[in-house]
Write a protein that binds this ligand. Structure first.
Ligand SMILES: NC(=O)c1ccc[n+]([C@@H]2O[C@H](COP(=O)([O-])OP(=O)(O)OC[C@H]3O[C@@H](n4cnc5c(N)ncnc54)[C@H](O)[C@@H]3O)[C@@H](O)[C@H]2O)c1
Length: 442
């Protein structure tokens, strides 16, 4: 059967863009992608994912007939009427985000937009701050094309609420979608694609561009605050006999005003979005004349979490004991280590001249292994690290770590397991194992 869906283009085929390309292709939209990195183009044209993300290669395998990539901006406009712009918006030293990549893309596209006859809608997905679209990005498209936004072409800001490692799952099952439209025609074009994909079952939150810009950054600032609050409760429970942080957060999470997600004491947040979005929230508030110390305080309190865990490990290890670290990412299943507290802790242990061994479920593909190099030893299996180390720190709740009680069953030597996430209880282990989960009593 001939495909009747209109083409969609994706500008920027990085971590998020490559997933958008495959996801929309899987929904029957012919995709044309563009990247300044020729390697990303070549890989995608060969049906190979340019980035590592769970499920992405399989999705590309199944839908590669619908995905093409190019370096030609003209083709991007001729083969689609809607472009998702998913370019980097790096943090500046003052915490605000740079839109230089997006403005450059508008310069590259401008001459082709000038020649396009139909209405083309640009949908920005990258994280930007309030007024960035209307002050810098839309004018760049207008100046370089000689056309008028809302008359000759359209613009929507529709950021994505996703986490690396779960990008495809989050695209498939979003809680809701943001749609900040410049004009009615743009709004209708993007809303019709969302309604087609999600069968009208997902709520599309319509608002102005500025509201969407503020909403996206606010959401991450709020979530980081929630994570930090759970970690503060965990710290209090560590010092308060008979109080258990899971009992408390599980109960609080049942209150509809609070909710359960991200309300769990563990390690602090890290990654490519949370830390910088939270910091940007503070810088953005200041720009609009509002002091927002809570975002900066969250940042500071979050840093204290890995420092506290480092102290707990050092105290348990004493002198000359070998320390095992399980997992080095800021969350399971990903090969990135940006602002990962597990990495900070490992580097802290190295500074204190401890003997450290690392086991990472994703093995040598992990970016942190390049960072740590020969400063730590590496274990290839979980049983090996338990055999060699006296104190074992579980940095994230990777599914693979649920095997730990079975593995240590066979070990007769004394060991300490430190588990900030409370994956287990003391009952899971025999008397040779000292199980420490800060803030928990079970
Ligand atoms: N990765 C995430 O989990 C995530 C989540 C939410 C929001 N975001 C936001 O999405 C945006 C993109 O993030 P990412 O992680 O995909 O970045 P990324 O660095 O992985 O990918 C960006 C891609 O854009 C390409 N590029 C740069 N300039 C270009 C140009 N002028 N024309 C065409 N291609 C160009 C790069 O080569 C790269 O492949 C950022 O604003 C980020 O904050 C990312």
């Amino acid at each position: 059967m001939k495909n009747k869906k209109k083409g969609i283009s994706v500008l920027g085929l990085g971590k998020l863009g490559a997933c958008y390309a495959a996801f929309y292709a899987s929904k029957g939209y012919p995709i044309i992608g563009l990247d300044i990195n020729q390697n990303n183009i070549d890989l995608l044209n060969k049906g190979i994912s340019p980035v590592k993300e769970p499920g992405l290669q399989e999705l590309i395998n199944n839908h590669k007939a619908f995905i093409r990539a190019t370096s030609d901006h003209g083709r991007l406009l001729s083969d689609s009427d809607l472009t998702f712009i998913i370019l980097p918006t790096p943090s500046k030293p003052n915490g605000l985000f740079s839109v230089d990549y997006v403005v450059q893309a508008a310069k590259d596209i401008g001459p082709h937009l000038r020649n396009k006859k139909g209405y083309h809608v640009f949908t920005l997905v990258s994280t930007v701050l309030p007024e960035d679209s209307r002050k810098y990005i839309i004018p760049a498209f207008e100046k370089n094309s000689g056309k008028k936004c809302g008359v000759d072409f359209g613009y929507v800001y529709s950021p994505s609420l996703i986490a690396i490692g779960d990008i495809l799952k989050n695209l498939q099952e979003p809680d809701f979608l943001f749609l900040g439209a410049h004009d009615e025609r743009s709004r209708e074009m993007v809303a019709s694609v969302y309604n087609d994909i999600y069968n009208n079952e997902k709520s599309v939150e319509h608002m102005t561009i500025e509201s969407a810009e503020l909403a996206k950054i606010s959401l991450n600032a709020y979530v980081t605050m929630k994570i930090t609050f759970a970690n503060i409760l965990g710290h209090i429970c560590t010092n308060l006999e008979q109080a258990d942080v899971d009992d408390i957060t599980n109960a609080l999470g049942k209150d509809q005003r609070v909710g359960r997600k991200y309300l769990r004491s563990g390690l602090g947040y890290g990654g490519t979005c949370f830390p910088r979005d939270n910091y940007a929230f503070a810088a953005m508030s200041k720009k609009f004349g509002v002091s927002s110390p809570m975002a900066l305080l969250t940042h500071k309190l979050n840093d204290q979490v890995w420092q506290r865990n480092l102290s707990t490990i050092l105290k348990s290890a004493g002198k000359d004991k070998r320390i095992g670290v399980l997992g080095i990412s800021y969350r399971p299943k990903i090969t990135l280590s940006d602002k990962s507290q597990a990495l900070f802790i490992t580097q802290g242990l190295i500074k204190k001249r401890c003997k450290v061994m690392l086991f990472e479920p994703l093995g040598h593909e992990h970016e942190a292994i390049r960072i740590l190099g020969k400063k730590v030893d590496y274990a290839t299996t979980l049983p090996k690290i338990f055999k060699k180390c006296d104190v074992i720190f579980i940095s994230n709740n990777d599914q693979m770590f649920t095997e730990i009680p079975k593995i240590v069953e066979k070990i007769s030597a004394k060991k300490t397991i430190i588990d900030p996430w409370g994956m287990f209880t003391k009952k899971h282990f025999n008397k040779n194992i000292e199980y420490i989960s800060p803030g928990r009593k079970k």
